[in-house]
Design a protein around this ligand. Structure first.
Ligand SMILES: Cc1cc2nc3c(=O)[nH]c(=O)nc-3n(C[C@H](O)[C@H](O)[C@H](O)COP(=O)(O)O)c2cc1C
Length: 216
């Protein structure tokens, strides 16, 4: 099994898959990696549809700008986010679970946290909750990506969706659940080189390590 560092370094976006099914145990292992991901207030907004059926994969390819690897993948995870997790009732349930698990262990603080929850916007405030829910869901999806790498599978995120509504209708996704993208997974025999990245100094807003001041 790869270390986390090895999986991070080995991962590439793979856009060519062998026509070999991905075993259910591996699919379940990737879902488990998503399930245990961290999320703000432990809200766990991620939701998935697992697609292995050839006809459904073909349809999804058409709805994703005809990207061929979408149909070729052994399995597609359609990942979604569910804003109902931010309803006052569900948030209080999650908070109580965390308190019961002894996470905060400070009675006064616990009471004030619960109090604060009652003052948060209602889950219908999508402009407030959708970015939060999306960020949390992407964390879970990256857990799946790294698990796929560790299992010897290739993966590619698919954000290029040409018809979101058609995907919703096709899969019967209920209101309040937002389709964010697809994760294509499968066996591959390609080993692409690392793709270009910005140098470290372009992503740091101030130098690290800090420059040593030799004047003193
Ligand atoms: C949110 C997201 C959406 C993406 N959507 C697509 C896509 O629709 N089609 C595609 O071919 N690659 C897609 N990619 C893959 C990126 O193009 C790829 O990560 C980037 O070029 C860097 O290459 P690497 O992943 O091999 O390191 C997506 C990646 C992310 C994170």
């Amino acid at each position: 099994m790869l270390t986390v560092r090895e999986a991070i370094q080995k991962r590439r976006s793979i856009r060519s898959f062998k026509q070999v099914p991905v075993p259910d145990e591996m699919i379940l292992e990737m879902l488990e990696a998503a399930r245990i991901a961290p999320s703000g207030s432990n809200a766990q907004p991620w939701r998935f549809v697992v697609v292995t059926d050839a006809r459904e994969k073909r349809e999804l390819r058409e709805l994703c700008f005809d990207q061929a690897f979408v149909e070729e993948a052994g399995v597609l995870f359609v990942f979604c986010t569910d804003l109902s997790v931010y309803s006052g009732r569900t948030r209080r349930t999650r908070m109580q679970e965390m308190i019961d698990a002894g996470i905060f262990a400070n009675r006064e603080l616990d009471d004030s946290r619960i109090q604060r929850y009652t003052q948060m916007p209602d889950e219908s405030d999508t402009s407030f909750y959708l970015p939060m829910a999306t960020a949390n869901t992407y964390i879970a999806v990256e857990h799946m990506v790294l698990t796929a790498t560790a299992l010897g599978l290739g993966s590619c995120w698919v954000g290029g969706i040409s018809d979101l509504k058609a995907i919703r209708d096709m899969l019967g996704i209920p209101r309040g659940i937002y389709v964010l993208g697809l994760l294509a997974i499968g066996y591959t025999d390609t080993e692409p080189k690392a793709r270009p990245r910005l140098p470290l100094d372009e992503i740091l807003l101030r130098p690290f390590p800090p420059a040593v001041d030799v004047s003193q």
